[in-house]
Write a protein that binds this ligand. Structure first.
Ligand code: ADP
Ligand code: MG
Length: 138
């Protein structure tokens, strides 16, 4: 069981004024915000962040999209954070998402699906460290 996970609010959701709604949903579902920042990733950072997908056909498109505008990186804490957050966001393709999930509410398509959520405790550890050194956590 992992007690932390990383959320990224992706560029299209930021542009569509979904930040407030997403943070509200996160808090309503008992996640605690332990660190948060708005930034625009460089290509180098995005390639590194998504390195596990480097051989996938969508990798370069994903890097372009994720660097196309501001994102919000949020470190979330809760018991069973990784699994519970994946449930709250819904499947990768928003068209398959059910009502009540963040991707249902704010996703546009399979690439621009509103948010990222860590998929395992090991990746959560790596991804939280990627954006937030311990000194920046509250
Ligand atoms: P998830 O974000 O649900 O964990 P993946 O880790 O498989 O999904 O993929 C990472 C991200 O890459 C997705 O959130 C999405 O933005 C993008 N992506 C995944 N599959 C596709 C696809 N078939 N076409 C375009 N973009 C995709
Ligand atoms: Mg993933």
């Amino acid at each position: 069981m992992s007690n932390k996970t990383l959320m990224l609010i992706k560029p299209r959701a930021v542009k569509n004024n979904c930040i407030g709604m997403i943070l509200n949903t996160v808090n309503e579902n008992n996640f605690r915000i332990a660190a948060m920042k708005m930034l625009q990733m460089t290509k180098k950072q995005a390639r590194e962040f998504y390195i596990v997908h480097k051989d996938r056909s969508f990798y370069e498109d994903l890097v372009d999209f994720m660097t196309s505008g501001a994102i919000v990186a949020v470190l979330l804490e809760k018991e069973n954070a990784v699994e519970d957050f994946r449930t709250l966001i819904g499947p990768t393709n928003p068209k398959e998402a059910t009502e009540g999930t963040i991707r249902y509410a704010c996703g546009y398509d399979i690439q621009q699906n509103a948010v990222h959520g860590s998929d395992s405790p090991e990746n959560a550890e790596r991804e939280c460290n990627f954006f937030f050194p311990y000194a920046e956590r509250f």
